[in-house]
Design a protein around this ligand. Sequence first.
Ligand code: GLU
Ligand code: ZN
Length: 303
Amino acid sequence: MKSKVLHKNAVGRFAPSPTGDLHLGSLVAATASYLNVKQQDGKWFVRIDDVDTARVVSGCDTQILKTLEAFGFEWDFVVYQSQRTEHYHQALSQLHSNDAVYTCHCTRKQLRDRTPFFPLYDRHCRDLQLSCHLEQQCALRLKTPLASDAQPCWRWQDLIRGDQQTHWQRDVDDFIVKRSDGFIAYHLACSVDDADFGITEVIRGADLLSATAPQQLIQALLGKASPTYGHHPLMIDRNSGVKLSKASAAPALNAAMAGSLLFEVLTFLGQNPPEELVFEPMSTIWQWAIAHWQRDKIKKDET
Ligand code: GLU
Ligand code: ZN
């Protein structure tokens, strides 16, 4: 199966989870995705990834938008995943009718005891035809190609890292599309949204590299177009030495230092901004950054 790629006006997005403040790592993802489409005169929107309402921190979405505004980002619109549930359920029933998903009753403990490759799944329930009654807590998993399949790997061209390949069984396995607690899983929500909103290029951190194959597979199974994907390296936090992924608990961005933080991010992204730019107003820094953006200057290291 191959993913369809659309060529039209660039549309990008930044998709924070409202579970904590934006930090320097988030600013890298927001900046790279923003410049990538702004340079093509495209559209950019902010998607608040709040399907997992149990993890949402109240007020966090507003704080995120305020921070983005203080840093001078201009978005075309904001969308909340919590308001898109019916689209995810439609996608699930389509996958169901195509026999692309199956019920799984395994608990984490059973999986951990059973497979040395935990948290990879061992496809235990794949052929058991289990049913799921309303009162039961069961997950739905997607059938990914088997190792014996003609195409046991998914290949794609990463806009930053080049040729990539994901082995379904070794790297991903039959991942969850609906969790046993009833929540829609990230891969399903994200791939449906990226397709439905006509995203042409997803630029995000390398911590999400392994998400691309599952998300493109879902889009292909639903007959939807896929964006292209680029994964930027992760910044290392100066104090802790930890890679700044979405999940890291790094200090919140300080809007009073917006200019120098943006300058630092542009430098990290290989854009080589002239030194005097750091003293300029945000609008001038953005103007320079949009006019000079070169995605191929981003380093391709393996972080
Ligand atoms: N909300 C997800 C995260 O913060 C979005 C990931 C993505 O950009 O696809 O990790
Ligand atoms: Zn199972």
